[in-house]
Design a protein around this ligand. Structure first.
Ligand code: KG4
Ligand code: ZN
Length: 331
């Protein structure tokens, strides 16, 4: 089944064409990063206006890159939340209208379920069940995944998401926006053992996370050493990154052992972080856990993951009515 996916939950307008939830024929992502950079974060009103401008051209580009015409599309899937409501409404309404005009099945896709589907976009998708760590700007959670659309929450962050912590840390270090990639780059030149930031294990056997403590510790460190030379910054970035990655990696591997039959997937924007990928791979190898990590291009927001999740919903008879709405938060 040829599914058109549409994603507009935050600051990326994306469209993709995916065959049978596995094969990407095209995946176009129009990022608004440059638009929001002067404000140090996403400005919701600017984001939705930009989605309005971008959504039709991005869809045309996705069809063109796939070498397809509109009539080749067999179904439409669009993100309905969680995310910024004004942004979500653009892609979701556009998708509904596009499907309605062509009398095609339409299905709403949860953005988080979408992220996890990045790991199934492969000729050789991992066997199930598995444990999945979803680490993005808005969410940090561990799931047991029984099918590409059946996720059971094992634990989640009690305060900041991992990506949010990276973004705030970047602000503290004066690295600008977006922060995750800036921290990763600077950390490459630093010593991760130079500053011992706290790790929030919470209950060591549980799968909840907390990142506000390490962020505050970084802030205190910077305030306590205002005279610190520029060449100290890479050590702060590397030590902060290591503290976040340590907890993510250890809890994920434990979840894979306990609930994922020794299989672990990573998903979400922070899964692009090379230190996280490296550390998870290292711990997993020691624990006899197999790791499945999507390519970096599928970790951040994209529409191929939405089309893939949409395919699995549609195959099970999932359909969303024209009256379906978007939502901003989980629960
Ligand atoms: O999944 P995503 O693109 O959007 C959301 O659904 O939130 O994730 C964006 C988040 C941002 O917080 C960004 O700073 C973080 O992912 N991120 C990274 C890296 N690349 C993106 N964090 C750490 N290291 C990276 N290389
Ligand atoms: Zn996302």
């Amino acid at each position: 089944m040829m599914v058109l996916g549409i994603e507009s939950s935050c600051d990326e307008t994306a469209a993709a064409i995916v065959l049978d939830g596995r094969k990407i024929l095209s995946s176009v992502v129009w990022s608004q990063t440059a638009l929001h950079r002067p404000y140090g974060g996403v400005v919701p009103e600017l984001a939705s206006r930009s989605h309005v401008e971008a959504v039709a051209p991005v869809l045309r580009e996705a069809l063109s890159q796939a070498g397809l015409a509109a009539r080749d599309v067999e179904a439409v899937a669009a993100t309905n939340g969680p995310g910024l409501v004004g942004s979500l409404l653009v892609g979701f309404s556009f998708g509904k209208a596009w499907a309605f005009a062509r009398n095609l099945p339409f299905v709403a896709v949860n953005h988080l379920v979408g992220h996890v589907n990045a790991v199934f976009l492969s000729d050789d998708p991992p066997p199930l069940p598995l444990a999945a760590l979803l680490v993005s700007g808005g969410h940090t959670a561990l799931y047991r995944v029984d099918s590409p659309i059946a996720l059971t929450l094992l634990g989640q962050t009690l305060d900041d998401a991992a990506g949010e912590a990276f973004d705030k840390a970047a602000k503290i270090l004066g690295l600008g926006y977006p922060g995750g990639i800036a921290i990763e780059r600077l950390a490459r030149e630093g010593d991760p053992r130079r500053i011992r930031f706290p790790r929030s294990w919470l209950d060591r056997d549980a799968f909840d996370f907390s990142f506000s403590g390490v962020k505050t510790a970084l802030l205190r460190h910077v305030q306590a050493h205002p005279e610190a030379a520029q060449d100290e910054l890479p050590h702060a970035a590397a030590s902060f990154q290591e503290a976040v990655v340590d907890v993510l990696a250890e809890k994920s591997v434990a979840a894979a052992r306990g609930y994922g039959q020794n299989r672990l997937a990573l998903a979400g924007g922070v899964a692009a972080n090379s230190r996280l990928r490296e550390k998870v791979t290292e711990l997993a190898a020691k624990a006899g856990v197999s790791v499945f990590i999507p390519p970096v291009s599928l970790c951040g927001d994209n529409a191929a993951m939405i089309a893939a999740a949409g395919f699995h919903h549609l195959s099970q008879g999932g359909r969303s009515p024209l009256a379906a709405d978007v939502f901003s938060r989980v629960g």
